[in-house]
Design a protein around this ligand. Structure first.
Ligand SMILES: [Zn+2]
Length: 135
């Protein structure tokens, strides 16, 4: 496990804007959704860890990744439930559960209840919100 406290995080919106690419800023800090089937990590089958692209917090393991057909990287479970926050999201007239990084509060994607695992959970995550570390 890497030490997630090693580097200081941006605090203001301006700092986030300069620390991230425009695409990542829009998704992570403004809760935008990338176009389906556009993400670089969508079809990634390598073994490793998917970390928050904003702060490096370890979020999802390749062991829980599956092809949902939705067009976004999908996971049945986070690597550690303590590393994510789940919040009610009623934007766009829908009732959804938003998935955020617990460490930096960045938007990652949404949680749905149609997953293939025993828990039935599907974490639908923007590829651009993730940084993959091959192991
Ligand atoms: Zn983060």
């Amino acid at each position: 496990m890497s030490d997630i406290t090693e580097k200081p995080m941006p605090k203001s919106d301006e700092e986030w804007r300069s620390a991230l690419t425009p695409e990542r800023y829009a998704v992570l800090r403004k809760a935008a959704t990338e176009a389906p089937f556009s993400g670089a990590l969508l079809h990634n089958k390598d073994s490793g860890m998917y970390a928050c692209a904003a702060c490096g917090n370890e979020l999802f393991s390749s062991e829980r990744k599956f092809d949902s057909g939705s067009g976004w990287p999908s996971f049945t479970e986070p690597a550690d439930r303590e590393h994510v926050i789940l919040e009610n999201d009623t934007s766009f007239g829908m009732r959804r559960t938003e998935v955020k990084c617990k460490r930096c509060g960045s938007h990652l994607g949404h949680l749905f209840d149609d997953g293939p695992g025993p828990e039935g959970t599907r974490y639908c995550i923007n590829s651009t919100a993730l940084e993959f570390e091959k192991r």
